[in-house]
Design a protein around this ligand. Sequence first.
Ligand SMILES: [Zn+2]
Length: 244
Amino acid sequence: MELDSGEVLQALTELGCPTLFHANTVLTSCSCLWANRLLSRNAVEEKGLPQTPQISDDQDKKLGLYDDVFLDFADLHVSFKRANKYGPVLFEFSAQHVLSSLPIGVWITKSNPVHWRSAKKQEWFRSVDEFRGSYNRFVPGPCLVLRGYGDQLPLNTSSDGDGQSCCGLLDRIRIDSPSRLCSSTVDLASFAFGAIRLAALRGSAQVQRVGPRMCASDSGCQCVGEYDDMPEIELRKRFWIPGE
Ligand SMILES: [Zn+2]
């Protein structure tokens, strides 16, 4: 059910959620930066840009979600003390800037669509009050969906129309930075940081803050062990390291 963007913003303010998040692989994140848009899976494809395949792609097409743009209400890496399964790059948006700029209403899932087995089992909040009453950042599932929004969400908007004064919707990019080498030579963190900075430059994305997420081994975050034990093929997929 479509919800009023202004009412959702009010609820997020009350819930103490000023930021919206989007996690992805280094490759797909670079495609968004090149386009200076947060792109749906379908929009990336239509623009002929590369993206990392996701296990849910076929199901998303069947459920009519493939052209939707997804945002989380919390930094899931922090909430669940583990690497985000969608990738090591996290875009952070001002909820106020995004929601107040939208010409459309928004939808909110009750659970991750990867668990929806058929269109008959889609689970959406039916009112802002229902969402407000049940939201807990430590319970996975809810995410904000801009339905059929394709390539319409800019990472930056020009406030005066001449491109000189930019108002950034994208506040910050954080990149997981495990201290691990791929094939004994490629430093994952340095490679990812360089690729993201270059993509932002090429796409003219005004990203003021790009920084690493460094979880110490005594931080209690499972990402440290996850990255240490991760097969190289999975590391290459997440960090866009070319194959040998
Ligand atoms: Zn961590």
